[in-house]
Design a protein around this ligand. Structure first.
Ligand code: UDP
Length: 484
């Protein structure tokens, strides 16, 4: 069918880059493989698009229209409002725009479905009004989806706070989730607004027609073992969906990135350590210094997608002589670090071409916060991970990647101070475990299996592609029959 006559899918993503990347890939597949047209709406929380958003927007595949919805008024919430409530506010204020756009789309082509993320479920009302199915695309792993769908029942059975529980949460097919591995939103007091928002989202989640989840059987075997229905909700694994296109980075950056790849070309196979803590992860100043010293101590080549550290009053005073500021953007690193590691390591301050780096044969270890996109990208490129989770559901992901999938070793952040600080010796030792010796060999074997599984899931006759084909056939047939 010509693009203009194809049934249309409207996708709505809340203001998180980590959601937008797999949403863009899902939209690309709906267009390229399943004969649909796709419009992807991004419900931003702020008016100014970020550098990352601009880069992604400039790299959208043919046939996918990306639109940024207007942000809610800047003064609608007090500045101290926590992130989950901000995201929810953006999702709620997106609904009238989604309605207008959906109506205008139906004037030219049939609307086949609305696909929302976990925060955008309020837009489901638009699908109901227009008589089309509403599906959720869950961009995190199945273990988090399972926890999310079981939340109302866990809440009803819990006395006290999740963080004080002495027994882990045991969900079918998942690693036991210990109190210290819980996602951030479960660490909030149960009487807090943040928790109330999450609990209501979890209750609402069971009111969509089905859930697509960005995972695959080999990495989370539970999805292939009868877990296709959780709490009465049909759940379909359609992953691993990672960004497959080169991201536009702007003229100055293109040169910088080309130089980086040339530098990688000169490194020995599997020798380079790549470090990145995702789109938002930052370390404290003291931890940044310790990590820099550890990298130097390993003597291995590295690429570090670094971020200016969080200010940390005690350490800020301790390192009072440090440089910093716009005229010296790397001034937060230990004195002389850049000079001493010149030629051996590269520090990037802007958006790193992560998928291109992980795809390079010289990279032998990924020190990651275990965001789900980063984890999938590492698996699909066969790169063993050092799991250094920071926030959100990352501790749970790290546990699953180490204990169930066998492709990561976690840093030990349980030092005597109880502040999550990871010392230099531990960083050096965990990098060694992942790169040299028997444990590293076992990890690489597991990665080969998982990479093959993930690649096959996405082939034309693969499990995830066929699953998506079945679902899109239902969407298409209901548009042609005029059914809802
Ligand atoms: N990413 C990137 N360059 C960076 C940082 C992140 O390309 O400098 C990409 C990364 O490849 C991944 C996504 O941003 O696709 C981060 O998603 P993830 O789920 O790993 O973490 P989040 O940012 O949501 O915490």
């Amino acid at each position: 069918l010509p693009a203009s006559a194809r049934p249309h899918v409207l996708l709505l993503c809340s203001p998180c880059m980590g959601h937008l990347i797999p949403f863009a890939e899902l939209a690309r597949r709906l267009v390229a493989d399943h004969g649909l047209a796709a419009t992807l709406l991004f419900a931003t929380a702020t008016d100014a698009p970020s550098e990352q958003y601009a880069a992604l927007a400039a790299s959208m595949p043919d046939g996918v229209d990306l639109l940024m919805l207007p942000a809610p008024p800047a003064d609608a919430l007090p500045p101290s409002t926590p992130m989950p409530e901000r995201v929810m506010q953006a999702a709620v204020s997106a609904v009238p725009h989604v309605r207008d756009i959906a109506r205008s789309l139906t004037s030219t082509a049939p609307l086949a479905a609305l696909v929302v993320d976990m925060a955008s479920v309020p837009a489901r009302d638009v699908a109901t009004e227009l008589g089309v199915p509403c599906y959720m695309f869950f961009t995190s792993p199945w273990i988090l989806l399972s926890l999310f769908l079981h939340l109302p029942e866990l809440d009803a059975g819990l006395v006290g706070e999740y963080r004080d529980a002495t027994e882990p949460i045991r969900l079918p097919g998942c690693v036991p989730i210990h109190a210290h591995e819980l996602p951030g939103f479960l660490l909030a007091d149960r009487s807090s607004d943040t928790y109330a928002v999450l609990l209501s989202l979890a209750k609402d989640a069971t009111r969509v027609n089905g859930i697509l989840v960005n995972t695959f059987r080999e990495v989370e075997p539970a999805v292939g073992e009868g877990a296709d229905c959780v709490k009465g909700m049909p759940v379909h694994a359609v992953g691993p969906l990672v960004w497959t296109r080169p991201v536009a980075v702007g003229v100055n950056r293109e040169l910088e990135h080309a130089r980086l790849i040339t530098w990688l070309d000169q490194q020995a196979r599997g020798s380079v350590v790549f470090l990145s803590f995702g789109s938002g992860g930052t370390l404290t100043r003291r931890q940044t210094t310790e990590l820099a010293l550890a990298l130097e101590a390993t003597g291995r080549p590295f690429i570090w997608a670094a971020k200016r550290p969080q200010e940390d009053t005690a350490d800020g005073a301790f390192f009072g002589t440090e440089r910093g500021g716009d005229d010296d953007p790397l001034g937060f690193l230990p004195r002389g670090f850049i000079e001493r590691t010149s030629g051996v390591g590269r520090v990037l301050l802007s958006w790193a071409p992560q998928t291109a780096i992980l795809a390079h044969a010289a990279v032998g270890c990924f020190v990651t916060h275990c965001g789900w996109n980063s984890s999938l990208e590492s698996i699909l490129n066969g790169v063993p991970m050092v799991g250094w989770p920071l926030y959100a559901e990352q501790k749970m992901n790290a546990a699953m990647l180490e204990v169930h999938a066998g492709v990561a070793a976690r840093v030990n952040a349980a030092g005597p101070a109880g502040d999550g600080f990871v010392c230099k010796e531990e960083i050096v030792s965990v990098i060694r475990r992942v790169m040299d010796g028997d444990e590293a060999t076992t990890m690489r074997k597991r990665l080969d299996e998982l990479r093959d599984g993930g690649t096959h899931a996405l082939a034309m006759d693969g499990f995830s592609t066929l699953t998506l084909a079945k679902i899109t056939d239902v969407w298409k047939s209901s548009t042609s029959n005029g059914e809802s």
